[in-house]
Design a protein around this ligand. Structure first.
Ligand code: PMV
Length: 313
């Protein structure tokens, strides 16, 4: 019998990754079909974790779990609850290191559940701070976009730490395709910073263009301008490739999506591995594009169902 539980879901970045690190806006979409639940039960054991990756006392958890352990420890500290006598179980899975926000989602679910077990309902700001503490362990200097998107029911507009919901009547259908390769966000973010230091004028130009495409995309979502949004996605992929964060596998999947009739496609998240996001006009088109992506080597595809308010999944 769980004393308390918390949930969070995956996210994809529609537009603005990398540029968001340098102050530009980004838009992220929730993916409700990939979700996690953390359940807390009281036991007479020391702090215990029960997940597919590890089952045992927190004190002996592997380095791989350093971020979720940070979320747990920081939440206990925040609530003042004793750091013993709880088992935290994680159910559900979001593939890790694919740009889908798995680390932020695990931290969000744990923080919510552990706070609730102590009788505390976290406010948005408190929960954000707890997720960010874990994200710093996982990623170094996260913009905070994932921390906001994995607990949002709607698309979010994010810039310099501020977030707002983006309601929309968008009817297009998204397809997510996994290269099966681990994304290397930290390395890719460092690559962009190094490029910016070497050639600031050129990189600023690219970042400005991505920011303009992102701003226009918010209008596309509101106006259900599917073809225009698709074109902005594909142009953004080219910009991201210039920033050195694409890879041959990502480029191949973007090409395959377009060849199968996608309105546009791009890498999503940190890049250099991870996933591609493609846009289809209709569910039938999306199924054909997903098949084309798998034929071109995608390990998995997801088709989050379109819902009013653009909450895929
Ligand atoms: O790989 P992800 O989904 O965690 O996304 C990283 C997004 C970046 O803009 C590249 C980095 C960030 O902190 O926003």
């Amino acid at each position: 019998q769980a004393a308390a539980s918390g949930t969070a879901h995956a996210k994809v970045i529609l537009l603005g990754e990398h540029a968001v690190v340098h102050g530009a806006p980004a838009i992220a979409l929730p993916v409700h079909s990939l979700a996690l639940t953390a359940s807390v039960t009281r036991t007479d054991r020391p702090l215990w974790i029960d997940s597919v990756l590890y089952r045992g006392p927190i004190a002996a958890a592997p380095e791989l779990l350093a971020a979720p352990v940070t979320a747990l420890a920081e939440t206990l500290r925040f609530t003042g609850a004793p750091a013993t006598g709880l088992t935290v179980r994680i159910d559900g899975e979001i593939p890790a290191e694919r740009g889908l926000g798995s680390s932020a989602a695990v931290a969000a679910a744990i923080s919510t559940a552990v706070a609730r077990a102590a009788g505390v309902e976290l406010g948005a700001r408190e929960r954000f701070d707890l997720i960010q503490a874990a994200e710093r362990v996982a990623h170094g200097t996260p913009s905070g976009l994932d921390a906001r998107a994995v607990v949002s029911d709607t698309a979010v507009w994010f810039q310099r730490g501020d977030v707002r919901a983006l309601p929309s009547a968008f009817t297009g259908v998204f397809v997510i395709a996994d290269t099966g390769l681990h994304g290397r966000t930290r390395e890719a973010v460092g690559g962009v910073a190094a490029l910016k230091a070497a050639d600031p004028a050129r990189v600023e130009r690219i970042l400005d263009r991505i920011a303009a495409l992102t701003a226009a995309a918010a209008g596309d979502l509101a106006a259900d301008a599917r073809a225009a949004l698709g074109e902005r996605m594909t142009e953004t992929h080219r910009m991201l490739a210039e920033l050195t964060v694409s890879s041959p596998e990502l480029d191949r999947l973007v090409g395959a999506a377009t060849a199968a009739g996608a309105l546009g496609a791009k890498l999503t998240g940190g890049g250099r591995g991870g996933c591609v996001l493609a846009l289809a006009d209709t569910p039938v088109d999306a199924a054909r594009i997903a098949a084309g992506l798998r034929a071109a080597g995608a390990e998995r595809t997801w088709m989050p169902a379109a819902r009013p308010g653009l909450t895929p999944g």
